[in-house]
Design a binder for this molecule. Structure first.
Ligand SMILES: Cc1cc2nc3c(=O)[nH]c(=O)nc-3n(C[C@H](O)[C@H](O)[C@H](O)COP(=O)(O)OP(=O)(O)OC[C@H]3O[C@@H](n4cnc5c(N)ncnc54)[C@H](O)[C@@H]3O)c2cc1C
Length: 496
C-alpha cells in the first residue's frame, strides 16, 4: 500500500489528519508556509513567557483524546488536561460579577441568586439545546454529505425541523431566561463561532450548552501543548513536516490532483489534503477553472464570512486574584457593540474575553507574573474600511483599558504591563492565509452549513480533500478535528 499523501498546511486539521493516516500506513508529508506549525493555534514565546496566540477554550475534550485512542496511544503520555470549575467569571459594567460553575450544586446556588425562575429557565434551556446537540451530533456533525441523498432525505429533513434552528440565538436564550446579565453571558459564548448571536441561528447555543454539560478543560502549558502532542505523534510515525514552504499550486491533471508545487519544486502524490483555508485555497492554489467547480472567484467573494478579532497579549508584573482562567466582561450597550463587528465598525464599548492561564498553570511563566490575552471581536478585512495601523491599534487599546479601569480588581492592569504584543486581523490574513483575515472562516449561516458548506471531498477533482474551519462541519478546534475524522474515513473508504 503505502500511498503517498501531501497535506497543505499544518493547522490543527492538517496535523490531526496526518496522525490518523500515518497510523494506517500512509506515507504523509505536510507542507507548512510558516516557521512554526499549528496554524491559528499558535504561540508567542519569549524566554520568560508563553502566550497562546488565539484559541484558548477547550470544549469536548473527548474529541481531542479520541485521536490518540484511534492511533493506539495513551493521550496522558503526551498532554495533561486540567478540568476547570468555575467555567467562567463574568464581570459586568456595573462592577458586579457572576461565576458560572460546573458543579451543579454551586451552579444552582448562584443561579438562584439571580432568581429562581432564571435558575429553572437555565436548566430548561440546557435541556432543549442538549437534545438539539445530540441530534446534530448523530445526523450532521459526523456525516460527510458527499452524496446529496445523505442530506436530502426524509430523516435528515425531519431532524432539521426538530432542531428548529431558525430563530436567532439571543431570542432563543431570552425565551428561557429573563436576567439580562445571564442572557448576555450565554450569548457571548455563542459568538465563538464568529457569528452574531443577534443574527445567527440558535443552534450555536450549543457552544455554551456543551461547555456547561461537558465542562471546559485547560491543557497544561496552554492550547499549543495539543499541537506539540500531535507533532510528537507524527514524528513517532515517521511523518514529515516541511516548514517555511508555502505551497504555490495544487496540480490537477485530467480531473485528478496529482501533486503540489512549491519553492522546492513539484512533489507528486496519490492524494492531496488541503488544510489551507478553503476560500483562499480555491482562489489561489487551484488554477484550473473547471476544478473550482461552483466555487468561482465571484462566488467566493459573495459568500458570508465570520468576524475577526483584536487581541492584546500582556505579561503583568503582579498577580490578579480576581481573574479566573476564562473571564468575560460584558460592557454597557452589549447588543450594539457586539453587532458592530458584523457591520464593519469597531466597538466603542467593547465587551471582552480575558484568558488568564497563569491562574492555574505555572508552566507558562514564573510564579509572580500573570500572562493574559484580551480578545475583542472586530470586523473582518472584507469590509475594507478599517486599516490596522498604529492609530487603529491605539484606539482599540484605549477603549479596552477604559473598560478594564471599571472592573474592580483589574483597574490597574495598564500600569503593570511588562510585555505587550497585539494580534490583528492582518495577522490572520498574512500569517495563515485566512481569507479576509477572519478568525473563524466561512460564517456558519444556515445556507453555509451541512450539505451547503464546502465539502471535505472535492466534487470536481479526484484525490483532493479539504479539512478545516471553512469546510463541513465547521469552525472551532473540536469541530475541525471532526472534519479530519471525516476526511480520513473517506480516504480509507476510497483507498484501502
Ligand atoms: C482569535 C481566535 C480565537 C479562537 N478561539 C478558539 C477557542 O477558544 N476554542 C476553539 O476551539 N477554537 C477557537 N478558535 C478557532 C480555531 O482556532 C480554528 O477553528 C482552528 O484552529 C482552525 O484550524 P484549521 O486547521 O482549520 O486552520 P488553520 O489554523 O488556519 O491552519 C491552516 C494552516 O495552513 C497553512 N497554510 C495556508 N496557506 C498555505 C500554503 N499556501 N502552503 C502551506 N501552508 C499554508 C497556514 O499557515 C496554517 O498553518 C479561535 C480562532 C481565533 C482566530
Amino acid at each position: 500500500m503505502n500511498k503517498y499523501v501531501i497535506i497543505v498546511g499544518a493547522g490543527v486539521g492538517g496535523l490531526a489528519t496526518a496522525v490518523k493516516l500515518l497510523s494506517r500506513g500512509y506515507k504523509v508529508v505536510i507542507y507548512e508556509k510558516n516557521n512554526r506549525i499549528g496554524g491559528k493555534v499558535n504561540l508567542i514565546e519569549t524566554d520568560k513567557f508563553r502566550f497562546d496566540l488565539t484559541a484558548s477554550i477547550l470544549m469536548t475534550p473527548k474529541i481531542y483524546k479520541d485521536i490518540f485512542k484511534y492511533v493506539g496511544k495513551d493521550y496522558r503520555k503526551y498532554i495533561k488536561f486540567i478540568e476547570l470549575d468555575p467555567l467562567y467569571r463574568a464581570f459586568y459594567y456595573d462592577r458586579t460579577y457572576f461565576d458560572l460553575f460546573r458543579d451543579i450544586g454551586k451552579l444552582t446556588e448562584s443561579l438562584e441568586k439571580l432568581s429562581k425562575n432564571d435558575s429553572i429557565g437555565y436548566y430548561n434551556f440546557l435541556s432543549n439545546v442538549y437534545e438539539k446537540y445530540l441530534i446534530a451530533d448523530k445526523y450532521f456533525l459526523n456525516n460527510s454529505f458527499i452524496d446529496p441523498l445523505d442530506f436530502f432525505n426524509f430523516t435528515s429533513l425531519q431532524k432539521i425541523l426538530k432542531i428548529n434552528t431558525f430563530s436567532n440565538a439571543y431570542k432563543h436564550i431570552s425565551s428561557y431566561i429573563s436576567s439580562e446579565k445571564l442572557r448576555n453571558l450565554i450569548a457571548f459564548q455563542s459568538l465563538y463561532v464568529g457569528i452574531s448571536p443577534f443574527d445567527g441561528p440558535n443552534i450555536y447555543n450549543l457552544v455554551p450548552t456543551i461547555s456547561q454539560l461537558y465542562g471546559l478543560t485547560h491543557p497544561k502549558g496552554g492550547m499549543y501543548s495539543y499541537i506539540e502532542a500531535l507533532e510528537k505523534v507524527i514524528h513517532e510515525f515517521n511523518g514529515k513536516i516541511i516548514t517555511n514552504t508555502p505551497v504555490e499550486e495544487i496540480i490537477i491533471e485530467n480531473g485528478s490532483a496529482i501533486g503540489i508545487k512549491s519553492k522546492l519544486g513539484i512533489d507528486k502524490a496519490d492524494i492531496i489534503v488541503c488544510n489551507a483555508d478553503f476560500p483562499y485555497a480555491i482562489k489561489e492554489l487551484i488554477k484550473d477553472t473547471t476544478a473550482k467547480g461552483k466555487y468561482t472567484d465571484k462566488k467566493i467573494s459573495n459568500m458570508n464570512y465570520s468576524c475577526s478579532t483584536f487581541i492584546m497579549h500582556l505579561a503583568l508584573k503582579k498577580k490578579y486574584p480576581k481573574l479566573l482562567v476564562h473571564n468575560i466582561y460584558i460592557g454597557d450597550n452589549f447588543k450594539k457593540n457586539i453587532q458592530s463587528a458584523f457591520v464593519g465598525k469597531l466597538p466603542k464599548i467593547p465587551s471582552l474575553y480575558i484568558y488568564c492561564p497563569t491562574k492555574i498553570d505555572n508552566s507558562i511563566s514564573s510564579e509572580d507574573i500573570e500572562c493574559i490575552n484580551i480578545m475583542v471581536r472586530v470586523p473582518n478585512l472584507l469590509f475594507n474600511n478599517i486599516t490596522w495601523n498604529k492609530k487603529t491599534i491605539n484606539i482599540m487599546k484605549k477603549r479596552i483599558f477604559y473598560q478594564l479601569s471599571n472592573i474592580d480588581g483589574l483597574s490597574d492592569i495598564q500600569e503593570n504591563i511588562i510585555y505587550e504584543r497585539v494580534t490583528t486581523p492582518n495577522d490572520m490574513l498574512t500569517k495563515f492565509n485566512s481569507y479576509g483575515g477572519t478568525a473563524f472562516g466561512l460564517s456558519p449561516t444556515i445556507l453555509q452549513t451541512n450539505y451547503f458548506r464546502p465539502n471535505i471531498k472535492s466534487p470536481t477533482v479526484d484525490n483532493l480533500y479539504f479539512v478545516g474551519s471553512s469546510v463541513h462541519p465547521g469552525t472551532g478546534i473540536s469541530i475541525v478535528l471532526l472534519s479530519s475524522n471525516l476526511v480520513v474515513e473517506e480516504i480509507l473508504k476510497n483507498n484501502f
